[in-house]
Write a protein that binds this ligand. Sequence first.
Ligand code: ADP
Length: 571
Amino acid sequence: MMTDENSKILLKPLVFRADDYIPEVVKNVLLERGWNKYNEDVQEVADWNLYWRTSAFCMTDHNNVKPWQRLNHHPGTTRLTRKDYLARHLKHMKGIYGASLYAFSPLTYIMPNDYIKFVAEYSREKETLGTKPSYWICKPAELSRGRGIMIFSDLKDLNFDCATVVQKYISNPFLIAKYKSDLRIYVCVAGFQPLTIYLYQEGLVRFATEKFDLNNLKNKCAHLTNSSVNKTGASYKKNKEGIGRGCKWTLSRFFTYLRNQDVDVLLLWQKINHLVILTILSIAPSVPSASNCFELFGFDILIDDKFKPWLLEVNCSPGLSLDCSSDVSVKRKLIHDIIELMHFKQICLDNTKKKTDEASSHRSHISWTGGDKVRVHESSKHWCKISWAEGKKDRDLETSGQWTNISQFGQKNRIHTLSGYTSHYKEPSKILSLLEFRGIVYKANLSVLQENIKIFPKEMFIAKPKERKAKDSLPAAFPKIRNIQTTFNSFHHSPSSESCKKKKNITPNLLSDKGTRPCSCAGDFVLIFPFNEATLAATKKGLDIKKVIHEIQKFVNKQPTPEAEDKTKKT
Ligand code: ADP
């Protein structure tokens, strides 16, 4: 029996607290999902479920957190997000586990302490290169958005007046139509004890808006990819050949571009997986223990012309402003998915019930006629479902009538359902790009799509892509699908995780399988750590880093060496 006190908590609508800087998108998504904003005149002091701040919480906030509350920052994560601290932690890991495992981090010196070491390296390199210039980038340790950054090749140009890092400048970036870019990858650490890391399968690619030119190191719009820098540049609004207007693409568009260039996107994505895990491992043991908090990090990753990912920096409170259509399509869903991941749904019974009732009243009847078709059908005014099947049986489709995630299914189970908020997928083009992103549709018959999903006919078919080559027998999907089946094979396919998988398909839950295992996905967040039984065991009594590194090394050793592959490009 529920006590009065408990039932009171359960029946209250969810409430979020926020500082003055809460991004509009976070506020709007929460309100859209039926949350109330905390009002101290009306609500009790502890009467909130989520506290979203741009800056860190103090330890008292962490110590006083109640079981029904969540904070959007872990304590102690500046170890990762301050450039000099990050450099120190990565250097420490290189020292213990070998430079090759951490070779994704450019050589970095912390100023002023490392000045002499830097000058020695600079001189050594000058000698080796002869007349060829070497390039370095100088970045204030605590600033962001490209402020105070300078690139130099001559030591006499180096100057700094605050804590600064000097880093090897990656002078051979992968260019699209001569424009440099870097990736903004979203990572959610749902807990440090035990360590639980989710990688977002969508993201942003940020372009410099002037052509890359090593002869002009002063042109920030050619060398820095920060949108805050490029937004104010003369070329921002121009329709730039090869990249278009503005300065951002979605990650899925970038991967489609790479795939068309015959780049092995899966291998690149695996490298990014490892880079993220290894980076977070560098601080995990030193993060103070705190419960009921999570953190969304923005990893800035540059891809060079050999398709090697380099970690540039890690951001706390990554920018969530909606400046362009790529921002809108990525960030709104990102926030929806993070709320799903945090599993707030169960706290509020009345809200959940209302939504469910509403959803069922709008549910369209689904009848499957077979054939290789993709079907878009409206389910409710809050969300829609998109089904794709190669199977011909009605009962197959029943499995797609649940909240589920495409990554749960392999080739054998040929039913895929995608769910999302209609406000996000309102325009047909968004639905198409979503399907493309999943690798399901290559050619869609646009003419059958109406302008608004609410007036879609009940059943709508989009032609399936032409036959794929044998070597690509799985749908050439975003790496997520194959990623799970290859890299994390043992974890996701272990018989003991079956019950966990079933539960997850219905309601994302951070801890599934009687509280012993983290759920493997929520929306587009996919669990990347722990990634198998051994790494799960390594998180049980404290974090056994050695064991984890050993497991990662097994995967890394299986990957082709740079010499063998020369580049991540397929032959
Ligand atoms: P900030 O916190 O100011 O954004 P970053 O370290 O992210 O600082 O650097 C800003 C931009 O400078 C990056 O987005 C990237 O375009 C460029 N950049 C930074 N470090 C390097 C590097 N080592 N090599 C090449 N480009 C870099």
